[in-house]
Every structure is written in C-alpha cells, then in structure tokens.
Design a protein around this ligand. Structure first.
Ligand code: FES
Ligand SMILES: [Fe+2]
Length: 392
C-alpha cells in the first residue's frame, strides 16, 4: 500500500486541522482517488469500530447476510446459540467468496468450489476427498486451523458494530461519551425498548458519491432552510445547536423544537423516562465513520452507510419505535407510514445535494473549500477526524 503522502500533499492534510477560520476541508483526492480509498479502508474502516448492519435483519437462527465493504467480503450469521457472529466471507481453501446472497443457511455454509463446509460458528467441519478419493480427512491437515476468520463484534442499539483489526478499545468504552451524553433524555434503561418496524421500518437510497459527504452533510443544520423547506417550517435553523464529541468520535446537531405534524390525532408512545421538559429535543449525531443516528422522545433511527467504492454509497435507514405495539400494530400503521415518508423525503433531498458535491470534487479549482466559523463546526470536527486518523 502506498504512503498517504504519495497521494496527498502533507500540507493539505495539515491545513484541515487548523482552527476553523483558517482551515480548508479535506482535499479532492479524498473523494476521487481509488488509491487513497484503499488507505482509508484500512485506517478508517478496519482500524475503527464501524457498522455493517442491524441484528433485527437476521431474526432467526441460520440467517446470513453478506456485505462487501469497499470490496472487503464480510458475512454476518445468527448462530445456533442465537448470537450474531461476523466472519470474513471467504473460504479458507482457495479463497472463494462463500455466501453471495442474504438468506437462510440450512445446515452448513458450503463452499461452491470444492464443498468444504463450515458450521454456523465458523468451524470447518467437512473437507470432501481432502486425503484422496473418498478420504475426507488427512493426517497432514488440521481442520481446526482453517476455521472461518471471525471478526470482533458488538451489538449496540441493534447495530452490528465490528472492529476488523481488533485494535480498538472495547466498544463499551468507545461509546461511553455519546452514551453518557444521551443519559439526560434517553437513559440506558429505556434503550432496550426499541423495536424495529416490520413495515415502514426501512428504506435504502443510492448515493452516487463518496460516503464522507453523507456524514459531513448530516453534521450541519446550516443547509436546512434551502434543502429542507418542509422540515424547516417547524424546526428552523435557529432552533438548532452543535454537537462535537470529545474525544473526537462523533458530531452532529440537535433541535429544541422536535414537533412533527402528522395527520390524525394519534401520537406514538414515548420513552417512559424521557423528561417532560426535554420533550422537544431531538439529536442527530454521526458516529464516525459510517452511521448517522437520530433520537427523539418517540422514535430512534440509524442511518448507516455501506460504501461500495470511492464514488458510490448505499444508505440504509432503519427505524425503531417504543415497544412492539408502536412498531408493528395496525393502530400505528398510518403514523409509521407518514414518519417513514418524512425521513425518506428528507434524505432524498440530502442525496441530491451530496451527489453534486461529488461532481464538484473533480474541479481542479477546488481546494477543499472553507468553513463558516459559526455554522460548520461539527463538519470541521469530522474533517479533522479523517485528517488525523488517516495518517495514524
Ligand atoms: S475454495 Fe472453498 S472448498 Fe475450495
Ligand atoms: Fe439535510
């Protein structure tokens, strides 16, 4: 892998870390270079805690989902013990990708090439003809050394978090600053109450742009009046405040007037310990690198990114309510539908903008741009996270 400074001038990265009024944003190469993206995959995706899906999308034993993250094949499985495990999705023999489509594994994960088979815990249990015709063992081959390679994982708020290179601090410690921040309105004891909605609980958007644009756009409310006139009609730019987590791992914004206007008199149930005097607060936080969270008194969402390559990203929205009834009963169906539509419309408005940012990055005249010293602080926070971690 080449050195980052063969691709990007050191000065350009240093300038990102300057005080906001003197800083430029990340240079164009961070959005347009395939070679840079390989370094990014290692430093920002393999070395960090990242999101690769949600546990509720694998509800049953044997459920399996492959995901290719910036080309890296990964497999999520629900094991016989009802646990989520994550593996590198490659056969130990000649390296074929094992599971190609999401689905249910009946008995074993069987490689399509020479039929080596693994159980749901990733143990290699069958190696047909390995010792010659009709001899399925070999004294020279120790099966247990060729199990699937498991990836360190942790489930938090239904999110499947992984740390591929097993080098980060524990996830419990990693998430502490954000978790403690939310204790004041969304105490930990209420967080088990989230239920993924089966209908109107998910949508996926295609973004023809680099994954970072989704995060940096999510960090700021500056664009609200122009990009989201509907949202801005009840939650205005001046009702928002900045969030910048320390140590630098998350950033975003909050509003003090969360007050959606849905048709009908019904209201979703709220988290029982969300304080009455903070009912209208909602927070929108990007946990770097690839998930955007939204918390409200009556629902939670996780909007996670699946970067396919440096200029193409899939965005997955997962929506949760307080208790099974709110998430799945007929009684709240119309509200769920309206809420789903609201978020999908808003996120589409953002995708349109961030795709324009990708095109802009092909201009030699653009140097990463400037930040508003008052409005863009959380976005600058994210740029600093990238500029710092990419060289560490
Ligand atoms: S590559 Fe999988 S069994 Fe040979
Ligand atoms: Fe937006």
């Amino acid at each position: 892998m080449s050195d980052i400074y063969n691709i990007i001038d050191k000065q350009k990265l240093d300038i990102v870390n300057k005080p906001i009024s003197e800083a430029n944003g990340l240079p164009n190469e961070c959005y347009t270079s395939k070679e840079y993206t390989l370094i990014e995959r290692k430093k920002l995706f393999e070395d960090k805690w990242i999101v690769i899906g949600v546990a509720s999308s694998l509800p049953n034993i044997g459920d399996a989902r492959p995901i290719d993250l910036l080309g890296m094949p990964i497999l999520i499985v629900r094991t016989k013990n009802n646990q989520i495990k994550v593996f590198h999705n490659i056969c130990s023999h000649r390296g074929v990708k094992l599971v190609r489509e999401p689905g249910k594994i009946k008995n074993v994960i069987r490689c399509s090439y020479h039929s080596w088979s693994y159980n749901l815990d990733g143990e290699l249990i069958a190696t047909p003809h390995i010792g010659g015709m009709d001899i399925h063992q070999s004294p020279d081959f120790e099966k247990s050394k060729s199990n699937l390679k498991e990836i360190r994982s942790y489930i938090w708020l239904d999110l499947i978090m992984i740390n591929i290179n097993n080098n980060e601090i524990s996830f419990e410690n990693y998430i502490k600053p954000l978790s403690e921040r939310w204790e004041q309105f969304w105490p930990i004891k209420d967080r088990d109450l989230i239920y993924h909605a089966d209908d109107y609980g998910y949508f996926k958007l295609d973004a023809k742009c680099n994954w970072k644009f989704a995060i940096e756009n999510y960090c700021e409310s500056y664009h609200l009046p122009w990009v989201h006139p509907g949202l801005n009609s009840y939650s205005k730019l001046e009702d928002h405040y900045h969030i910048q987590g320390l140590p630098n791992r998350f950033a975003g914004q909050g509003t003090v007037v969360y007050n959606p206007r849905f048709k009908g008199s019904k209201k979703f149930p709220c988290f029982p310990n969300w304080p009455k005097d903070k009912e209208n607060i909602a927070e929108y936080v990007a946990l770097f690198p690839n998930v955007m969270l939204g918390i409200h008194k009556d629902h939670y969402y996780a909007y996670w990114l699946e970067p396919i390559n440096h200029e193409y990203t899939l965005e997955h929205m997962e929506i949760y309510y307080v208790g099974d009834e709110a998430a799945n009963s007929k009684k709240f169906k119309s509200l769920r539908e309206q809420n789903h539509k609201q978020w999908e419309d808003i996120q589409k408005e953002d995708v349109d903008i961030i795709q324009g940012m990708q095109i802009g990055r092909n201009s030699p005249a653009y140097n990463g741009g400037n930040f508003s010293p008052k409005m863009d602080n959380p976005t600058h926070h994210f740029h600093k996270w990238v500029a710092t971690n990419i060289v560490q």
